[in-house]
Design a protein around this ligand. Sequence first.
Ligand code: ZN
Ligand code: ZN
Length: 395
Amino acid sequence: MSEMLTTCYADLHIHIGRTEKGDPVKISGSRNLTFANIAKEAAERKGISLIGIIDCHSPGVQEDIHSCLDRGEMSEVPGGGIAYGNTTILLGCELEIREPGQGPAHLLVYFPTLQIMSEFTSWLAKRMKNVGLSSQRLHAPARTLQEEVYARGGIVIPAHIFTPHKSIYGSAADHLRDVLDPDLISGFELGLSADTEMSSWLSELDRYPLLTNSDAHSLGKIGREYNELLLREPSFDELLLALTQRDGRRITANYGLSPRLGKYHRTFCGNCQEIVDEQGNTVDRCPYCGSHKLVRGVLDRIRSIADRTEPCIPPSRPPYYVQVPLEFIPGLGKRKLEALLAAYGTEMNILHKVTERELSAVVGQELATMIVKARSGEIHLASGGGGTYGKVLGE
Ligand SMILES: [Zn+2]
Ligand SMILES: [Zn+2]
């Protein structure tokens, strides 16, 4: 069996900025972030063969998908999804739920076909102010949503689960069961400020697969986090097999930012306007000025709700590889990136395969060394927090 399986890179959380007509979907997303452009970017520049677009519930986006199909540029994959070249687009939707007495949380849902997604849109439209826009509040109980999605053959994956403003652990509750039905969840998205080890402070996550996705709001950010999967082909059905580790399908690795580069890794003090990058846990007050005006960091939040005294990664988990996206490498501007792409095809090649000597032939020794050191996590970083990304400081 296993000889039929191949490695696929998957990034399952990409937003749409505008429809082809120019109508906004994710208002903060780039104008050129359209369905067709995402497919091209993933297939031709990034080298990602399973790409989840999570604004496909929008009727304007569905119109765009229909015209890509009608023009013959894309086709429906029998196992679920839309094919563009060797890349498959997974049809998804990001929703905001809010249970009584809790803060808001984002969930991702995915469906196998455009037909099912558009039926789901009709269900959403009655429970949402503007079904054309991204990440809108759903006016229905979270458990009702879960039942609705699974009854239609879809899956639910809570998004960026520790981020402070809109996530199940960051802003909704201390325990999963207080928000959702734990049996109607197919995996969890770690978010940019967390990694596998950080999530393993919570034993209730042990039974679920973990995903690392980019939450891209622009074409360039596609693939800043991604998953490596072993599949027969990129499709919805094959992803389901991988999430449940059946028939040899599985997640073989998570590639993510160093959590320190994420925007909410550590607590940020609104009074000193500083990120509290200390060894200890910062929960109530700023250790520098004593202020309570804190945006709590993901690390600090996890430690405060942990049921373990130290992280304990289940043995079945794939490795989490820290990667520094090329856009974070100081000195690697647009022109040099274009030159690398022209020489070596896709970003996945540049990140994983091209040797230091080959890199240096195009961008010089200093940058080549930096890219290679970034692969192994050997470069110095300053933590992010309070909505500001961390930084690469150099070697
Ligand atoms: Zn979100
Ligand atoms: Zn998002």
